[in-house]
Design a protein around this ligand. Sequence first.
Ligand code: 3PG
Length: 393
Amino acid sequence: LDDLLGEGVRGRRVLVRADLNVPLSDGQISDDGRIRAVLPTLTALRDGGARVVVCSHLGRPKGAPDPKYSLAPVADRMAQLLGSPVAFATDTVGDSAQQTVGGLGDGELALLENLRFNPGETSKDDAERLAFARQLAAFGEAYVDDAFGAVHRKHASVYDVATLLPHYAGGLVVGEVEVLRRLTSDEVARPYVVVLGGSKVSDKLAVIQALLPKVDKLLIGGGMCFTFLKAQGHGVGASLLEDDMVETCRGLLAQAGDKIVLPVDIVAADKFAADAQTQTVPADSIPEGWLGLDIGPETVAGFADALTGARTVFWNGPMGVFELEPFAAGTRGVAEAITKVDGFTVVGGGDSAAAVRKLGIPEDAFGHISTGGGASLEYLEGKKLPGLEVLES
Ligand code: 3PG
């Protein structure tokens, strides 16, 4: 982006791919972290006099307009945060978009409607994606990718459009990649402790395999811990379980030696609800029919202990169902323990970042909060990310 700004942007149309995929509840934005994260790029372009055309996806609509996934509320919030108007196009590349973009003056911004209302955005067919990318590219003389959360997607607005326009990385993308490089470097400061949660082992398997040889400790909580507990031979009651992953977890435990640390106690509930009956039980004694919805206090203390003295920490995934107050203590406790670490701490992932903000923990208590969930995990897995590769070409 600095290169583009250095060339001068006054009067030039700049297409910015952002990741404005924010959580909505009842049509209201419940966490605007991803909008705030792209503000520096938008402000710099606006103040440089560019005509800024912003595009993003929101959710996973099926290639056709769906009002549930409209970016309209995001345009309003973005305007509020920027302190300047954002013209909203009610389609992505149609009449409304063309008129809105055509009407932009120097230093003005527009947001296009959800990219995924168009089948070409996510198509597996290269020609279909490219055709849609050409329509997008017509809106810009330069392309800036600041959608770190989407760089792992080979989508028209992330990949193909960069092959059609002079392309630049936004400051958010640059900053995120610098952090992830640090986490994967051979010179990473030790002890290096990774905390993983979230519901499924299958989603995290590749990153566990990639990180195990590199880390000193891997602390596992969240719904995924029950498949590991089962692999240790414990009953898990009615807790979340991926039966087909038990054998894989057994293998990982054998390979990891004492690197993997599992919960020793669990907050179990008789149903998945805020008003459930709960009891804290040893991790090997979850009663039949009860489901584990959070890690227990002894586990939090043990994880905090393992984090003491860490020089590098990466955390992805909540420790329990933090959205329901009775099951929030594990995530809160671990988050607070991470804030006390004297080393470099990184929170990765949309859910963990949202958890931090929902629990009211100050964001600056962490070294870095990533805007990318899947993207940061895939980077740590060592995968090539299409949105980054194309920027380097
Ligand atoms: C995310 O939330 O991780 C990004 O916005 C990407 O969304 P997606 O998984 O629907 O592609």
